[in-house]
Design a protein around this ligand. Structure first.
Ligand code: GAL
Length: 388
C-alpha cells in the first residue's frame, strides 16, 4: 500500500470528518454543541496521542485500515501510535499496555482474539481512556465504550446471496433464478475467536439452510456447523489445506464441487489454490466453482476481474476509519458518540453501543462502479492485482 494512496485517503477523511461534524450524520455529531465541534480547529487544539492496535499486516485490508485511521487522526491534529501484532495475542496485549503507559487519550482496537484484552481494558478504564472496538467486537469486558463495524449479519447474507447468484439459483436483483440444482457446495467460516465469524456464518446460513433443506444445495462432506468449518485466525494456508482434504475425502468418486461459501478473500485464495491444484478451472467458465469472499482485497479483485473468484464483499475501510475517528473525537470532546445500533452486539457482559456501516457485493460487473469510481482501487491496480 503506497503512501500516495493514503495521502489521498487522508484528504478524504478530513473531508468526511468535517462533514460529519457539520452535517450531523456521523457518530460524533453533536448538533447542540455548536461552539466546539464545527471545525477541526477545535479538536486540533486538543491534540494528544491516540493508540491504534491492528491485528496483522499479512492481510492488505488491515494495513489499509491502520493507515487510514492514522492519516485521518493526524490530519485532525492527533499523534498516533499505530501497531500491528502479527496475529500474536501476547504481542497485541503488550502493544496496548504500552499505549496506555505512553499516555494515550483514546484507544482504537481491532482485536486478534476478542476475549483476551480484559486486563488491558481494565487498565484503560482506570486511566480514564475511552476504548473503541474497531470492526471486531471485544468480548467479556465492561470496559469497551463503543463499537464501529459493518452490519455483519448482512455481510453473511450478501455472501450467501452471491453464492446463489453465481450458481444461477438467484438473480442479482434478488429474484428467483432459473437453476434448480442440486449443486455440490462446501462451507467455510472464519476464526472462532473473532465474534464476526459467527455473524457472517449465521447470516449466510439464514439464506443457505432453506436451500440445503429443499435439496437445491448438497454439502457432500456433511460438514455444516461452524465448529466443523471454521478456520483459525483466518489463515489462507489452513483454508487451502481444508479444501484439499475435502476434495480427497468427499469428491474422490468423480463428483465435482460447484460452489464454496468463503467468508474472507484470504481464505478464498487458499481455496482457489487447492481447487486449481486439483485440476479445476482456471476460470469459472472452465469449471472453477463459484467462490465467494469478503474485503475486496486487491489480489482477489483481480481474480474476480479474471473470472476466477466469483464475488467479494466491499466494506469501505475509509468509511470505517472515518467513523472510528468521529467516535474517538466525540469522547475526547466529552460528548457521547451517536450509535445506530444498541441491541445487536452483546459482548457477554453488556450490549456495546455500535455504529454499523453498509456493505456491497462486488461482482465482476460492479468492480468499476463500486471500487474504481470511488477511488478505492485504480483500474491499473485491478488489472495487476497489486496495490500502488
Ligand atoms: C474479520 C473482518 C473481515 C475480515 C476478517 C479477516 O474480523 O470483519 O472483514 O477482514 O476479519 O481479516
Amino acid at each position: 500500500m503506497v503512501l500516495k494512496k493514503f495521502v489521498a485517503l487522508a484528504a478524504g477523511l478530513t473531508l468526511a470528518l468535517s462533514l460529519a461534524a457539520c452535517g450531523g450524520s456521523g457518530a460524533g455529531s453533536t448538533d447542540t454543541d455548536t461552539g466546539t465541534d464545527t471545525t477541526d480547529g477545535g479538536t486540533t487544539a486538543e491534540g494528544g496521542l491516540i493508540g491504534v492496535a491492528m491485528p496483522t499486516q499479512t492481510s492488505s485490508r488491515w494495513i489499509a485500515d491502520g493507515n487510514a485511521v492514522k492519516e485521518g487522526l493526524e490530519a485532525a491534529g492527533y499523534e498516533v501510535d499505530l501497531q500491528f501484532a502479527n496475529d500474536d495475542i501476547p504481542t497485541q496485549q503488550q502493544q496496548v499496555d504500552q499505549m496506555i503507559t505512553k499516555g494515550a487519550k483514546a484507544l482504537i482496537i481491532a482485536a486478534i482474539d476478542g476475549t483476551t484484552l480484559s486486563g488491558q481494558l481494565d487498565a484503560a478504564k482506570a486511566a480514564g481512556i475511552p476504548v473503541v472496538a474497531y470492526d471486531r467486537l471485544i468480548r467479556d469486558s465492561e470496559n469497551v465504550d463503543f463499537y464501529v463495524t459493518f452490519d455483519n449479519f448482512k455481510v453473511g447474507v450478501q455472501q450467501a446471496t452471491s453464492l446463489l447468484v453465481g450458481l444461477g439459483v438467484m438473480n442479482a436483483d434478488g429474484s428467483e433464478g432459473s437453476a434448480t440444482g442440486p449443486f455440490n457446495v462446501e462451507l467455510f467460516a472464519g476464526s472462532l475467536d473473532d465474534n464476526n465469524a459467527f455473524f457472517f456464518f449465521n447470516g449466510a446460513m439464514s439464506i443457505l439452510q432453506p436451500k440445503i433443506d429443499d435439496g437445491t444445495l448438497v454439502i457432500k462432506s456433511g460438514q455444516t456447523t461452524i465448529e466443523q468449518v471454521n478456520i483459525l485466525r483466518w489463515q489462507q494456508e489452513t483454508a487451502q489445506k481444508r479444501m484439499e482434504d475435502l476434495l480427497t475425502q468427499a469428491y474422490n468418486d468423480g463428483s465435482k464441487v460447484q460452489g464454496v461459501l468463503s467468508p474472507y478473500d484470504g481464505l478464498s485464495r487458499g481455496i482457489l489454490t487447492a481447487l486449481g491444484n486439483a485440476g479445476y478451472g482456471p476460470t469459472i467458465a472452465d469449471g472453477m466453482p463459484i467462490v465467494t469472499g469478503q474485503d475486496a482485497e486487491i489480489e482477489s479483485v483481480k481474480l474476480i476481474n479474471d473470472d476466477v473468484q466469483f464475488a467479494s464483499i466491499f466494506k469501505d475501510t475509509r468509511k470505517l476509519a472515518a467513523q472510528a475517528i468521529v467516535v474517538a473525537q466525540a469522547y475526547l470532546m466529552g460528548a457521547e458518540p451517536e450509535a445506530n445500533d444498541t441491541e445487536t452486539y452483546d459482548n457477554g457482559v453488556k450490549v456495546v453501543p455500535s455504529y454499523l456501516l453498509e456493505s456491497d457485493i462486488v461482482y465482476k460487473d460492479t468492480i468499476t462502479s463500486l471500487l474504481v469510481d470511488s477511488g478505492y482501487w485504480t483500474a491499473d491496480e485491478v488489472a495487476s492485482g497489486l496495490a500502488g
